[in-house]
Design a protein around this ligand. Sequence first.
Ligand SMILES: NC(=O)c1ccc[n+]([C@@H]2O[C@H](COP(=O)([O-])OP(=O)(O)OC[C@H]3O[C@@H](n4cnc5c(N)ncnc54)[C@H](OP(=O)(O)O)[C@@H]3O)[C@@H](O)[C@H]2O)c1
Length: 313
Amino acid sequence: MTLNVSPITLGTSGLGRDTVPGSPGEEAAVAFARELFAGPHAFVDTSNNYAGGRSEAVLGLAIAQVDAAAADPLEPGAGTRVISKVDCEPGTGVFDRERVLRSFDETTARLGVDRLPLLHLHDPYTVTFDEAMGRGGAVEGLIELRESGRVDGIGVAAGPVPLMARYVATDVFDAVLVHNRFTLVDQSAAVVFADARERGMTVFNAAPFGAGILATGAREGAVYGYRPASAELQEWVSRAEGVCASFGVALPAVALHYSLRSPLVDSTVVGVSSTRRLAQLDELLATTIPDEVWAEIEALGPAPSPVDDSDYA
Ligand SMILES: NC(=O)c1ccc[n+]([C@@H]2O[C@H](COP(=O)([O-])OP(=O)(O)OC[C@H]3O[C@@H](n4cnc5c(N)ncnc54)[C@H](OP(=O)(O)O)[C@@H]3O)[C@@H](O)[C@H]2O)c1
C-alpha cells in the first residue's frame, strides 16, 4: 500500500478537548477543524482516544460540513484525509482482536466514514508484544480490517524504540509512527525509521518540537516529550537558540526542518491547536535554513535527551 502523504500531517490530539456536544466550544473546534481540510496538507492524524473521543467527533462534524459545501460531489470526501488509531478499552486496558474491531467501529461512527486510508495500532502498552501479535490479538483485528478492505493500510504508532523495532520487523505493517524520538534533542528512532524505509513502509515522525521546548524555547515550565525539561536540557536548548539566532532563524523552524529534510521521514506530524498555530506552521515551513546551521547545532554535542526506553529493551 502506498499512501500519498505530504511533508506535513496535522496532529489533533487536543482537538475538541473538554467541549460539550452542541456547545459554542464545540462549534469553534469544528470551525477550526474545517481549516485543517482547507489547507495543502494531505492528512489529519487522530486517534480513538484523543481528547476522550472528542477529536474524532469534532472531525466528523467538520467532515460533514466540508463535504456538504463541496463544489464537486464527485471529489473524494474530507473523510478520506483522516488517519486514525485503535486504542485499548478505556478502564480495563483490554486490547485484543475484538477490541480493535470495536475501536474501529467507534472511530468510523464518529467520523461518519465507512473506511479509512490508514489505521494504526496505538500505544500498545497494556498488552505484551506477543499478545498483540498472537492469535486473537490486536494485530489480527487490524489485518482483518485490511483484508476486508475497510482500511487501506495498517500501522503502528507509539514511542519506545525497542518496542517499535519489534513491530516493524514483523513486516505486517504498512506504516510506522514514532513520537519525540527524531528531533534536534533525540534521534533514537533513526534506526527504526531506516528499517521501516527498507521494508517499504511509510514513516511518520511525530512531535518534531518534542511537544514543547523546541517550539517554546528554553523557559520555565518547558517540557520535552510530555515531561518537564531538565536544567541540562534547558541549557542545551538555550545554546541551540543562540545558534539559530546567529543565523536569523527561529528554533522551531530549525526543529521542524530537521525532520522535513531527513530522507528517513515521509511525513512529519505536527500538533496544531488553533488558527494561529496553523499560520505559524506556514511561516516555519517557508523559512529557509542556512546549511551552516546544521553543523553548528551538531557542534553543540548531543542534547541530554530525557527519553528513556530501557524498560522496553
Ligand atoms: N503515540 C502516538 O501515536 C502519538 C504520540 C504523540 C503525538 N502523536 C501525533 O503527533 C502530533 C504532534 O504531537 P504533539 O502535538 O504532542 O507535539 P509537537 O507537534 O512536537 O508540539 C506541539 C506543541 O508545541 C506547541 N507549539 C507549536 N508551535 C508553537 C509555537 N510557535 N510557539 C509555542 N508553542 C508552540 C503547541 O502548543 P499549543 O498547544 O499551545 O498549540 C503544542 O503544545 C499529535 O497531535 C498526534 O497527532 C502521536
